[in-house]
Design a protein around this ligand. Structure first.
Ligand SMILES: [Zn+2]
Length: 73
């Protein structure tokens, strides 16, 4: 098993909890723990956010900053 985990604790920028597995949000540029990422993946706007990211990459914009975090996340 080769999991990519960091050895030290990082803090989720959304829920502020300590975690050693983080990913960038699809809605904004926050670095989030796996729990928060799971929650946003289940959000009804998630497909929209993912589509917007793909479009911006197709347009050569690699600085995609998201469509904004939904109020209920
Ligand atoms: Zn979190």
């Amino acid at each position: 098993m080769r999991e990519k985990k960091s050895e030290y604790t990082q803090f989720c920028q959304r829920c502020k909890r300590g975690t050693n597995i983080t990913s960038m949000s699809m809605f904004n540029t926050q670095i989030c723990c796996s729990k928060c990422i799971e929650r946003e993946r289940a959000h009804p706007d998630f497909p929209k956010a993912r589509e917007a990211e793909q479009k911006s990459i197709e347009n050569g914009d690699y600085n995609y900053s998201g469509i904004g975090l939904p109020a209920d996340l």
